[in-house]
Design a binder for this molecule. Structure first.
Ligand code: MSP
Length: 510
């Protein structure tokens, strides 16, 4: 049985169209899914849209459409954007999908039957932008003197009073601490794990999980006049996608081998509420929660109100799909915040893609045309690059396992740089045809074969093209690691095509 790898992104709200912040998490998940497929694992990659709740109902009202229309239109924008970026989920889930309603009801009915849900009245502060409850102490002072501001969006919170159903979150303080103690690697990076533990240790209060003043949501099965609180609906999407309540065998096969990717804005929901809900339903918390920082623009988190949103299509037009994906995977280390810079994106594209990768291919194909009649020679078994290639594979493997795409690509590009250096020191273009020229070019062709495989989770187009130009059949993504990375598999004797630059250089910003 191959290992299973289930990777998820947050499901995005449909009040806003996708920007590069959403794309960052989703490209990372797509690349991880591709890497694990290369390892021969059984992979399931899930993304989608979060469509219920007050925030969407109000946004639809403001746009003069029904919530369903708003959801249909915006969800389609997410799907188009993921198509544009070669992001290929195994399922794009929508919380308005019928199987999701069935799963939410089955899941929360189970929590109810297990005795963890009770009726009470709620009175407190609520932020519609976050769809979250706040304690008075959590709020920032409002300079205009009105209600306090939520700490994420810095918008005034609203006072809510309702008769609701409550989840006994307080009962899960100790079980959560015990679970985290037994699973020290469940949340990464380390700092984010400490943040999650800090939230639990502060003490957990029971939480209202239904709304009676809203009907845009999943009805509570034992009290159909209410709908579930949107987060308690949304988090369950991860269980819907693998069959909770609809296909028990499938759920048992996939759960809890799940890797949730998200930004720190929703750490509390994923590291506190969701594991507690799972424990309450008698299920295991997720195997892994990987939390990254914010992508900022001009030092501020991207948002509608800051007017600093950047949209993927604008960058793809200039950098191509590979340029877009490479930039976000390579330039933003997974964990800390990172400021987006257009200048930085151009300079990374020019150095890594145009100069290093693109140049290696054009040099090799030019010299093979000149000195080897266009037929690629075989690599040398004792090549000085064999050890470098083995190290690149080992380092990239460790980095992808640690959810550090930037380090994985850095390891892969080290191999490209070493190969360019070998070409520069031996200068095969100056030598007469013969065994030395053949050896160096064979080695370089082997590196192009290897890099096409190792870079394929990040770059969805160039590796396939390199593969074809160096005369190989099939696709780099058909190969399986680690076997496909053993040195010396480029067979030699294949036609090598000399063609236009893979990554045309971009003009640096003046
Ligand atoms: N609907 C909830 C999530 C429910 S998951 C069960 C939600 N939606 S959201 O549209 O606000 O998306 C938040 C997520 O989008 C972040 O956690 C992150 O994955 C991504 N990002 C949105 N803006 C981002 C940045 N500026 N920087 C990094 N990631 C960003 O919360």
């Amino acid at each position: 049985m191959p290992d299973r790898f289930f990777v998820t992104t947050p499901i995005y709200y449909v009040n806003d169209v996708p920007h590069i912040g959403h794309a960052y998490t989703t490209v990372t998940a797509d690349a991880l899914a591709r890497w694990h497929r290369l390892l021969g694992e059984d992979v399931f990659f899930l993304t989608g849209t979060d469509e219920h709740g007050l925030k969407i109902a109000r946004s639809a009202e403001a746009h003069g459409v029904t919530p369903q229309q708003q959801a249909d239109e915006t969800s389609a924008r997410f799907q188009e954007t993921w198509d544009l970026l070669d992001i290929v989920p195994d399922r794009f889930i929508r919380t308005t999908d019928p199987d999701h309603t069935a799963t939410v009801q089955a899941f929360l009915q189970k929590v109810h039957d297990n005795g963890h849900i009770y009726r009470d009245s709620y009175a407190g502060w609520y932020c519609v932008a976050c769809e979250a409850y706040y304690e008075e102490d959590d709020l920032l002072p409002n300079p205009d003197g009105g209600n306090g501001l939520d700490p994420v969006h810095e918008r005034p919170v609203e006072w809510f009073e309702e008769d609701n159903w409550f989840f006994r979150l307080s009962a899960f303080e100790q079980p959560l601490l015990d679970w985290y103690a037994a699973h020290p690697d469940a949340v990464g990076p380390e700092g984010k794990r400490n943040e999650a533990l800090g939230l639990i240790k502060q003490g957990l209060r029971d939480i209202s999980i239904t709304r009676s003043s809203l009907d845009w949501g999943v009805p509570v099965p034992w009290d159909p006049g209410q709908v579930f609180y949107v987060w308690y609906d949304a988090l369950i999407n991860y269980a819907t996608a693998v069959g909770y309540g609809t296909d028990p065998e499938r759920f048992a096969a996939w759960w809890p081998h799940v890797h949730h990717l998200l930004a720190k804005d929703i750490l509390r929901f994923h590291c506190v509420y969701w594991p507690a809900m799972l424990l309450a339903a008698g299920e295991e918390p997720p195997a892994s929660i990987d939390v990254h920082g914010y992508l900022t623009v001009g030092g501020k988190k991207m948002s509608k109100t800051s007017l600093n949103q950047i949209f993927p299509a604008d960058l793809v037009e200039e950098f191509g799909v590979d340029g877009f994906r490479y930039h976000f995977l390579r330039d933003n280390s997974f964990g800390p915040d990172g400021d987006f810079s257009y200048e930085g994106m151009i300079s990374r594209y020019n150095s890594d893609l145009a100069n290093n990768f693109g140049n290696l291919l054009s040099r090799v194909s030019t010299v093979v045309a000149k000195k080897c009649d266009g037929i690629g020679p075989a690599p040398r078994p004792d090549s000085p690059l064999a050890a470098v290639a083995a190290e690149a594979l080992a380092d990239a493997t460790a980095a992808w396992a640690a959810v550090q795409p930037s380090m994985a690509l850095d390891a892969t590009w080290r191999l490209i740089r070493e190969t360019n250096s070998l070409l520069e020191t031996t200068e095969p273009w100056k030598l007469d045809p013969g065994p030395e020229v053949d050896g160096v070019l064979g080695d370089a062709l082997e590196v192009l074969r290897l890099v096409s495989i190792l870079a394929s989770p990040a770059l969805t187009r160039a590796p396939q093209e390199v593969w074809r130009r160096i005369g190989l059949s099939g696709a780099p993504t058909d190969r399986q690691l680690p076997a496909a990375a053993a040195w010396g598999q480029y067979p030699g004797g294949l036609p090598v095509e000399k063609a236009a630059p893979l990554f045309p250089r971009l003009k640096p910003v003046e």
